[in-house]
Ligand binder design. Structure first.
Ligand SMILES: Nc1ncnc2c1ncn2[C@@H]1O[C@H](COP(=O)(O)OP(=O)(O)OP(=O)(O)O)[C@@H](O)[C@H]1O
Length: 259
């Protein structure tokens, strides 16, 4: 039988390391995000999620390691590979003196789309993310959740093959979050791949088909959500893997009434 062509993973991180001064933020992360998967990345504060995703998307140079996007080496040819990526970075400044509509338009033109396509997609994205009434408001005057949504629109406008979203639901209201989940589910259903970091275990358990738990810069567990969580909820499994429950010890003074 002739060999069957297996498509490469949407994203593959091999032996990623990053040190800031004396702090090792990422200590040998290996991760395979299968094409067509909805992948959750979870871990405690300071685990190295943002640092890993920044290296995976060309925003931060790794000290060591390789990033493959659909089989192509990102750091060997960033210009060619970045077009396949839609990125929602954490805490990166936007050009917030543009209006929401201008910012999406800018992102689309930067990705090489023609003006008519950008105009149509900007209209669609503003509608899907419930931002049409604020299309002409400066982004600097947006709320935190609106800013998150406009940044997500910028990540989507060129219909990338892989979406890398750092905490996309943070500060977003429940209705908008449900709309975003629908958009992402439709995107994955039509062949796209998503990796999303989140602190909301319940959301990851319901939304994602794969998950990786990362702590202290290393992957503690990775695979399908069902394989990682076993018989437990993802939240219980997370606490079991990561530990760190302290139950308010050492804060007895907080419960002492002086009245
Ligand atoms: N630019 C930087 N300079 C120095 N240290 C940094 C820098 N960026 C990250 N770190 C450190 O690297 C570690 C990992 O940070 P990172 O932001 O990747 O964690 P995270 O898992 O995304 O955390 P959170 O869930 O709180 O967002 C932390 O200890 C952080 O203090």
């Amino acid at each position: 039988m002739p060999p069957v062509d297996v498509p490469p993973p949407a994203l593959e991180l091999r032996g990623l390391w990053k040190r800031f001064g004396t702090k090792i933020a990422v200590a040998g992360v290996d991760l395979v995000v299968p094409a067509g998967s909805f992948y959750g990345l979870v871990g405690p504060n300071g685990a190295g999620k943002t640092t890993s995703l920044s290296m995976a998307t060309g925003l931060l140079t790794p000290d060591f390691g390789t990033v493959l996007v659909h089989g192509r080496d990102l750091w060997a040819d960033p210009g060619a590979v970045k077009g396949m990526l839609g990125v929602l970075p954490d805490g990166v400044r936007l050009f917030d003196r543009l209006t929401g509509a201008q910012l999406i338009t800018y992102a689309g033109l930067l990705q090489g789309l023609d003006r008519d396509t950008v105009a149509a997609r900007t209209h669609d994205l503003l509608g899907a993310l419930d931002l049409r009434a604020d299309a002409d408001t400066l982004v600097v005057d947006y709320s935190a959740g609106m800013t998150k949504k406009i940044a997500l629109a910028c990540a989507l406008v060129h219909a990338p093959r892989l979406l890398v979203l750092d905490e996309p639901f943070e500060a977003v209201d429940p209705v908008s979050a449900a709309n975003i989940r629908d958009i992402l589910a439709g995107y994955v259903g039509s062949g796209g791949s998503v990796i999303v970091s989140s602190h909301v275990m319940d959301l990851v358990q319901r939304m994602c088909d794969h998950v990786a738990v990362i702590a202290a810069g290393q992957v503690l567990a990775a695979g399908t959500v069902d394989a990682v969580r076993g018989d437990a909820s993802l939240e219980d499994r997370f606490v079991e893997l990561v530990g760190g429950r302290v139950g308010g010890e050492g804060l007895a003074w907080l419960r002492t009434s002086s009245v």
